[in-house]
Structures are given as C-alpha cells and as structure tokens.
Design a protein. Sequence first.
Length: 515
Amino acid sequence: MKEATPRRTTRVAALLGAAGLCLGGCLPEFDFEASSFRGFAEGDFGIETRDGRGVCVFDADGDRDQDVLITRAAGPDLWINLGEGQFDERGASLGMPGAGQWMGCGAADVDGDGDEDLILTDHDGPTLLLRNEGGVFVDRTEAAGLADSVNQGSVVWSDIDSDGHLDVLLTGVMPGNTRLYEGRGDGTFANRTDDAGLADLERSWTAACFDANNDHVPDLYLITDVAQPADDTTDDRLLLGVGDFTFEDITADASLANVTDGMGVAAADVDQDTFIDLFVTNIGPHFMWRNLGGLFLNSTTASRVENGGGRVGWGTFFLDPDEDADLDLFVANGGYYERGEVEALHDGAAPRNRLFLQTDFTADFPQFRDYGRDLGLDVPAMSMGAAWGDLDGDGRHDFVVANLEGERATVRRSLGHEVGEDPGALRVELRGTVSAREALGARIVAETCARSTLHTVGTGPSVFSQGERVVHIPLEGCLGEALVHVIWPSGTEEVFVVDEPDRAEVLLLVEGTGE
C-alpha cells in the first residue's frame, strides 16, 4: 500500500453537487455482447467451508491482504490468505469459538490499536466480541459491555454521534433483541438501544446505516421479517438520526410503510444523484427504492430487478465488477417460500444467484438485466451471506457466497477483461484521524477524464456479512491524473491528486493530509 501525495489544484469546484456528477443521460446504453469483461470462474483458492451462513472479507492478520471468515454452526472458519490466491483454515488456532448457531460477523478496530477486531453473532446464544491481540482473537465480550447481547444476526458499524469512535448495531433475530451500542474507542461500549427507540423492533436479519437526506448525520434503515399482514409495528423502519443516538421515525412519510418479510439490504447511489438508494431482498418480491432526498420511490418494476417465483433473497450488494463506472447488483438466493409462511413451497432445484448489470436509464434511473448465467455466478444453491474482496491480489472483485445444506461455499475469481482491454482502476483506502479509523460513511467523488462518480464507504453489511472496504474506482481508460475529493465523517473536505492510478496498488488516503 502506498500513501497519497497531495498537491494543490484548482479543478475541484462543484464536485460534490449533482452538477459535478455525470448523471443518467451521460451513460451509454449497455451492450453485453460488446463488453470485454470475461466474468468469473471457480478459482483454486482452497476455501472448503460447507454449511456457511455469513461471510466477512477483512485483514485478520495485519499483512495487508484479505482473509475470509465464514460463519457456520460447527464453528466459524477463518481462512488466512497465504498470497497468490491460496488460503489456509486456521480458525481454531486463532481463537475462533466452537459449535454454536453462528450467524453474522463484523470486523473493525474497536480499541484503536490498528488491527481488526471481530464481532460474531449467534442465532440461539450470546454475541461475542473477539479482540485481535497479536493476530489471535480473544473473547472480551463481558469487559466490552456486550454481555446482554443474544439471538442476533448482522453487525452494522457506524459512527452515530460523529465522535471519532465506531458504534455498533446488532440486529435481533428474535423480537426485542436488536441492540445499539455507543463505542468509547477503547474496546468498550454503552447500551443506547432505549435512547434510539429500538427496544420493540421485531425480528431483523440486517440493517443499513447511511445518510438518507444528505445532512451529514448517519441514519438507520432496519429490515424486519414478519409474517403478513404488515402494519406500523412490523414495517421496515427508516430512522433519521439527530446525532445523539436518538432518531425520528419517518417510515410513513418516506413512503416505506407496509413493507415486511425483508432479509438483506444493499445501499448505494445507484443513479448518481448524490442520494443513497436502497435494494431490499425479501420472500419475493424484492424492492428497489429510489431515494429522492428522504422520500423513496418504489422503482422495482422500472429497474427490472424483480426476483419473483417465491425465491428468498438473502445477501445482496451493489458493486461494479465489470468496471464500466456504473453500479451492478448481486443477489444470493436461498429457497422458495410463500410470503408469510414458514414452510417451503417445494423441495425442487435450488434457486440460482443473480448478477444484475445496468443496461440503460429510464426516467433517470437505471434498468438492469440478469447476466449471472453468462458471467459464471448463477450457481444453484441454498445461499445466504455473500461478500466481495480482492482475494488473489490482482486488483479485481472476487466473490464469496455462503451456502447451506452441506454445500461448499461459492468462491469465484474475477477474470477481468480481455487482453489489451483493461480499462484500469484506482483503488483507495481511507484512514480517519479525527474520524473513526475506518472512515465509515465517508463520501468520495472521483474525477477522471471520463466523468465524476460518487462512492461511499461502508453503507451496509449485506446480511450477516461484510465486504472489503477498499473503494474501487473504474478509470475507463483514463490512466492520467485523477482527482479524489473526500468528505470525511468528521465533516472535513479534502482533495487528493493521483498522478498515475494503478490497480496493483491500494492508495492510502489519510485524513488531514489532503488539500
């Protein structure tokens, strides 16, 4: 990893306003046949985990490459990256717990010592905080103040009060078990669930923390999985943050009422209008919510991402695997169910996972089409959690999907582009100093010779999972100077100039060192 060297520039005006972004009309219609992207193939990574639930891609041993943790009932597997795409399972020797109903995982530096600590959730038992002490994970749950956490799913990190310390939301897979904790920065937490008004939340597999109305204060969207009929006690909830662990429930005003049976959530600025949009997987249908500035429009039909047929969508995220500078959508499917029912519709063939690529825009919002089969990602399995990361050091997105019912995890290596057609990429990692170290919630506007694009850091965990936090910026052949404008969670705005972007290097942007 190398650190960015800033120098002065006068080319940054209006980068963060809508006028600075290249909106829907700037994007050409997608032509799959003309694309040079070769898709994905099964790589020889050696990751053998079966019956997985959640996936976390993070640097467990501090050697600057990505390791893979997969939760499962027999005990989490922790696959350590040996380099060149080879992994070795070392969970037991590195402090992973034994058998339990392990569900979610989330990694962050909770004690400020520079390495990644870990939270693991258990469907039937207590949540664990494992501190990373010299590369070995040690149970510090009680000392951290998390001993009252039980029956939980996803781990959602954010700096709710903008004090430079990460806070954590743990979603409850049983009613009333969602918890929100204030981080003190020393590895300990204070329970703020009652202050936030979350004590009565129904079953929730996952949530997203993001800025819904661009006021620079983190907000929450909590997914609920409750049988029909829906009402205001069982709805997914959109809560606007005040910045002090209290929230205003604007679910009805935002037109998100009467939504339930939710599983996973993805959050990103899909249409590049500076507002973060949402995609929610359900027991069919799924929902694509276009954010109009705090008011959400159901754009599922217009965007053509309906899953249909009773498929249960779980892990999901927005990403740009084909590197054409627009966001695509991955959905991990697991089983066929009727809404409001707990018994499967049938025991037939497992559903296939989907990769929806953006094709064109209608009314300034993108349309998608499923190319999972064409690109090698439509593996039929009872899939659940999913995440992404560069597993082999080639600067591209690889995928890991946890599968149930004895199936091995799906691990797919990106094949990149055809020889001579690589569009190039700029990969950056943010390091907060006044902001929390991970800089979750930061906004990045990258300006290249082709266009300006908006990226965010850590706006959602998929479900039970966490992807690599390196921000991947396609260059579309622009290999000269690029500008990276960052709004840090602290409110500081800085510009970094990158003279020769190279996908082989992760560029470290440190808060306070830009212009």
